[in-house]
Design a protein around this ligand. Structure first.
Ligand code: NAD
Length: 489
């Protein structure tokens, strides 16, 4: 691969502890370019001593950071946002080599969304505060305090965005953070740490350790940790939530989904097809909020499938993700490709009708064709389990009531959408969907200004929006007795 210079994404060190790069002392962690299978950087996990050092650095740095005026903390975050924007091209290239996502996508969706979060929470840092409550003669006030040391653990689909969505509100509130990226995509969290340092963040406030699940578990179980924010799958979320509960630690859980899109007969056909494409094939389907169960009202079904197939087959440009003309990349790993192909086989075996795709692409790298199944029924495996790849299930429905009931008949509750020209139905269906984010005539738009998170098994807590501050801070109540003090005896 011409552009994939193996040395070009090698970081200075695998870990970032107390303001500097450090070599990992644990097991090897090769970074593989998913478009070729080639190793493009050699990292190593943190060992136990290094996990301890990162937490100790965070503990040491946190109080002084919290003691700064909010406007000063915010200034550091906003400076970091400017540096990210100035380096967007380089950071996007690293993200593309780490994840395999097309540069066309990473240039507009990855470092830039990280910068958005730093700008947004940088602005919020100056406005944190509590309330004054008058109680007749006495009164009380609340102080908004940081939690202390927070742990962030990331998934591999939006590595830099996840690191920023977690660290920006945490740091704005005066916490310190130890962040563990996914073992599959360890690079851009390190770039973020370096940028924070350049922006003036004191040493130890943001640390990065690398490793697989055991390193994450060591962080989650440490008594110095006040809060854990995880982005990952439901099975991992269960384990991490349970471990955090042992120490009564705060949690935010951003987990998986199997989200529904309801397309009514009166929907704008092109918009509905666009929504379904955005909600299934962007990032080759590796998006937690994807609308992978597309319920189409029977009157529109034939036209919907025809347009979807035509647009996919004409529009997909698969190839080297570093080529900006390419809009479709590989799966993040060979293992993920095999999982996705396994689901395709199950779909065929259980009687779904293949409309397009269904195979690994005949090229190097971990590519899977964009795949659409029709005639999918609610009980099929591909309609029940999160695939986390480019596989869309299209299901038919007749009435609004039926569509909503079937859309909600899942343990997941991350997202959902309705496409309709009927204004009241749009709002009615959005209200009835059991999920954290519902879109009306749109899909997968998640700007930092609005809360994002899941209900049911898809998680607890919300990232982004003004209330995210509440997930990284706590209130202390101060009751002020204005005397005299009365006593019964
Ligand atoms: P994963 O659950 O396998 O791993 C997530 C992270 O948890 C990794 O960093 C991993 O090393 C770590 N981990 C694993 N076991 C652990 C343990 N016992 N203790 C602590 N940490 C542990 O998920 P993945 O395959 O990396 O990512 C895909 C999943 O993430 C999908 O289910 C997807 O829907 C979900 N996701 C959710 C969101 C969201 O915001 N809701 C966003 C992106 C991805």
């Amino acid at each position: 691969m011409a552009n994939a210079d193996p040395k070009s994404v090698q970081p200075e060190g695998s870990l970032f502890i107390n303001g500097g790069f450090v070599a990992g002392a644990g097991a090897a962690l090769p970074v593989i370019y998913p478009a070729t299978g080639q190793v493009v950087a050699e990292l190593a996990e943190a060992d136990g001593g290094q996990v301890d050092a990162a937490l100790a650095a965070a503990v040491e740095a946190q109080k002084a950071w919290a003691a700064l005026p909010g406007v000063e903390r915010g200034r550091v975050l906003r400076r970091a946002a400017d540096i990210i924007r100035a380096r967007n091209a380089e950071l996007s290239r690293i993200e593309t080599m780490d994840t395999g996502k097309p540069l066309q996508e990473t240039l507009v969706a990855d470092p830039t969304s990280a910068a958005d979060a730093l700008e947004y929470f940088g602005g919020q840092a100056a406005m944190l505060g509590g309330d004054h409550i008058q109680l007749g003669r006495d009164w009380a006030y609340t102080i908004r305090e940081p939690l202390g040391v927070c742990v962030g653990i990331g998934a591999w689909n939006y590595p830099m965005q996840i690191a920023a969505w977690k660290s920006a509100p945490a740091l704005a509130c005066g916490n310190a953070m130890v962040f563990k990226p996914s073992e599959t995509t360890p690079l851009t969290a390190l770039a973020l740490a370096e940028i924070y340092r350049e922006a003036g963040l004191p040493d130890g406030v943001f640390n990065v350790v690398q490793g697989r699940g055991e390193v994450g578990a060591a962080l989650v179980n440490d008594p110095r940790v006040a809060k854990v924010s995880l982005t990952g799958s439901v099975p991992t979320g269960r384990k991490v939530y349970a471990a955090a509960a042992e120490g009564m630690r705060h949690v935010t859980m951003e987990l998986g989904g199997k989200s529904p899109i309801l397309v009514f007969d009166d929907a704008d056909l092109e918009d509905a097809v666009s929504g379904a494409i955005n909600g299934n094939f962007y990032a080759s389907g590796q998006v937690c909020s994807n609308g992978t169960r597309v319920f189409v009202q029977s009157g529109l079904m034939d036209a919907f499938l025809e347009r979807l197939k035509a647009r996919l087959e004409a529009g997909i440009v698969a190839g080297d993700p570093l080529d900006e003309a390419v809009n479709y990349g590989p799966m993040v790993s060979n293992a993920q490709r095999q999982i996705v192909l396994g689901y395709v086989e199950k779909g065929l075996a259980e009687g779904a009708r293949l409309i397009t795709g269904g195979k690994a692409m005949d090229r190097e790298g971990f590519y899977v064709e964009p795949t659409v199944f029709a005639d999918v029924t609610d009980d099929m495996t591909i309609a029940r389990e999160e695939i986390f790849g480019p596989v869309m299930s299209v299901l038919s429905f007749e009435t609004e009531e039926e569509g909503i009931a079937r859309a909600n008949a899942t343990e997941f509750g991350l997202s959902g959408a309705v496409f309709t020209a009927d204004l009241t139905r749009g709002h009615r269906v959005a209200a009835a969907l059991e999920c954290g984010s519902a879109w009306i005539n749109a899909y997968n738009l998640t700007p930092v200004e609005v809360p994002f998170g899941g209900s049911k098994m898809s998680g607890v807590g919300r990232e982004n929006g003004p209330r995210a501050i509440e997930n990284f801070s706590q209130l202390k109540t101060v009751y002020v007795g204005m005397g005299p003090v009365e006593a019964a005896y």
